[in-house]
Design a protein around this ligand. Structure first.
Ligand code: BTN
Length: 252
């Protein structure tokens, strides 16, 4: 008897155009859709980014959102973004892109310019547990916004990738790392994320609600907070925008 093909472990909802795959996945979550529902669209008409920003979403790039229902405290939802970041950085590098790196919390850069962003949204069940998390991932495959000098796309970097192949390569890695997270906690995710992150000691500026702070990258802690070594000690940062600073000149 021919064995059945390995189940992918998720169910894929394929859409042509949608306002936002995150909004669609959230609506499905509220309507009771199961864990591991993946909403993928060829284009978005109202793509959403972090901090209420918009995410340009023409056809040709990758847009998907994963509905998850882990049994965990609401505060752990943000860790799913690190699962996605590490998995997508691996998937992109496996397509042949050079110099792929992660910028805290989960932007993916190529040669220092942004290729991909991740938006995690979640809700609690009212009894102290997470009801659902939606992990939205956008990757600039064929295009990036012309008005963003710090953005890049894979085609422009000379990497010819099929959107569906990248989607499937990512999802396989995502669900493998997700399983490790559920079984072993954040440590394997942290290790995978750090493998492609800023180099230790890299000088960063972080924009916080009370103003910018500069320091040296000192890793992430056991829940994903950024560790920044400053003149006043190590700061543990939960929310903020990171800007890598040029390394100070060395030598004469
Ligand atoms: C960021 O600001 O860096 C996060 C961008 C996240 C964009 C993705 S595209 C798929 C999903 N649907 C959305 O509306 N946003 C996320």
């Amino acid at each position: 008897m021919t064995p059945a093909p390995a189940a992918p472990g998720y169910s894929l909802v394929s859409l042509g155009a949608v306002d936002s795959t995150n909004r669609e996945a959230r609506a499905r979550a509220e309507a009771g859709a199961p864990h591991a529902t993946v909403v993928w669209a060829r284009e978005q008409t109202a793509g959403r980014g972090r901090h209420g920003r918009s995410w340009a979403s023409p056809p040709g790039n990758l847009y998907l959102s994963i509905l998850l229902r882990p049994d965990c405290p609401p505060a752990a939802a943000a860790q799913t973004g690190f699962v996605a970041g590490a998995a997508m950085a691996q998937a992109i590098a496996a397509q042949g892109a050079a110099a792929v790196s992660l910028k805290w919390p989960n932007d993916i850069l190529c040669e220092g310019r942004k290729l991909s962003g991740i938006l995690v949204e979640s809700a609690s069940d009212g009894a102290g547990r997470l009801a659902w998390a939606v992990v939205g991932v956008g990757v600039n495959v064929a295009h990036h916004p012309a008005d963003l000098p710090d953005a890049a796309d894979l085609a422009g970097e000379g990497v010819d990738v099929d959107v569906e192949a990248l989607r499937d390569a990512f999802l396989a890695r995502f669900f493998a790392l997700y399983r490790a997270w559920r079984e072993q906690g954040f440590e394997p995710v942290r290790a995978a994320w750090l493998q492609r992150a800023h180099t230790m000691g890299q000088r960063l500026s972080v924009r916080l609600p009370d103003g910018p702070v500069a320091g040296d990258f000192a890793g992430i802690d056991a829940t994903g907070n950024l560790l920044l070594a400053t003149g006043e000690g190590t700061r543990r940062i939960t929310v903020g925008d990171v800007f890598p600073l040029a390394e100070p000149a060395t030598g004469e």
